[in-house]
Design a binder for this molecule. Structure first.
Ligand SMILES: C[S@@+](CC[C@H](N)C(=O)[O-])C[C@H]1O[C@@H](n2cnc3c(N)ncnc32)[C@H](O)[C@@H]1O
Length: 270
């Protein structure tokens, strides 16, 4: 398949959708485009460009193929256990000492919202056991994918996505009618935005905690490092960033963060 037309395709997708190929590892992207080409029985990039111009819903399908949205409530439960036992108590204590009243979290690359709602439930539950601690809790959750953000805003899930969610939380925070609907108590804490990770959203500043799990894996090393610098700018000193289980911080960026729990990929801004 001619690379000359691959460059044309990249430029076209960027112009039409803002999806910037240069940030992502190229081989997985090519594999996903090939899936769409096969589905349309198209053999060359040149013909696929023509198809994108003529077939109304192909962009939507391509975008779905390019972004991997797999997620679930309390994904990698052991990471949430570590957040509960060692991250949240330290954040609460520091807020109390500094007399701060707002706790700000960002779920970056939140897909359909399960991660953001999970951390909201966990923080609300932890604060219930600490009656002396009174914080306003605000969780921002962003993703590039419009469809995922719509689903997140709806807050309705199937049983499978809740398989890792503790049953007492299901009883307390979901209404069940074939599907599982998140309660307004939790919904009102989370604000979803369809936004690129690199976008400088003024609300995403002075953060206490960033969850960016299973997102960086798709980016080139250079862009991963650019993102770590962004996380550094957006976090409070002493704030935390949590990556996915197969992600990590390498190279110079390690001067900016100290590992708190290497296994669970928890780092703290120095
Ligand atoms: C595999 S999901 C991870 C969901 C959740 N964080 C988790 O660990 O379960 C990866 C998400 O990253 C999003 N994503 C990829 N590139 C992005 C970008 N540049 N800006 C915002 N979101 C992005 C995708 O749309 C997808 O929903």
């Amino acid at each position: 398949m001619g690379d000359e037309y691959f460059e044309v395709l990249k430029a076209k997708i960027y112009k039409d959708t803002g999806f910037d190929f240069s940030r992502y590892k190229i081989r997985p992207l090519k594999r996903r485009i090939a899936v769409r080409m096969r589905a349309n029985k198209v053999k060359t990039y040149e013909d696929y460009i023509k198809l994108l111009n003529s077939k109304a819903d192909e962009y939507e399908k391509l975008f779905e193929a390019l972004t991997v949205n797999v997620t679930e409530f309390f994904r990698n439960r052991e990471t949430f256990d570590a957040i509960e036992s060692s991250v949240l108590p330290r954040i609460f204590q520091s807020k109390n000492e500094k007399n701060e009243s707002l706790l700000k979290v960002w779920s970056a690359g939140c897909s359909s919202g399960e991660e953001a709602y999970s951390i909201a439930i966990m923080i609300v539950e932890c604060l219930k056991n600490l009656p002396g601690y009174r914080f306003q809790l605000k969780i921002y959750a962003t993703d590039l994918d419009k469809k995922s953000i719509l689903k997140a805003k709806n807050g309705i899930y199937d049983e499978l996505s809740l398989k890792g969610c503790p049953s007492q939380y299901i009883k307390k925070y979901f209404s069940i009618n074939h599907k599982y609907k998140i309660s307004n108590t939790i919904k009102n804490i989370v604000e979803f935005r369809c936004e690129d990770l690199f976008y400088d959203d003024p609300d995403l500043r002075n953060l206490d905690l960033i969850l960016c799990r299973n997102v960086l894996i798709y980016f080139t090393k250079d862009f991963q490092n650019d993102l770590f610098s962004k996380f550094y700018e957006r976090l409070k000193t002493g704030g935390y960033v949590i990556l996915g289980k197969v992600e990590g911080m390498l190279g110079d960026v390690r001067k900016l963060f100290q590992p708190v729990n290497v296994k669970e990929r928890i780092y703290q801004k120095l």
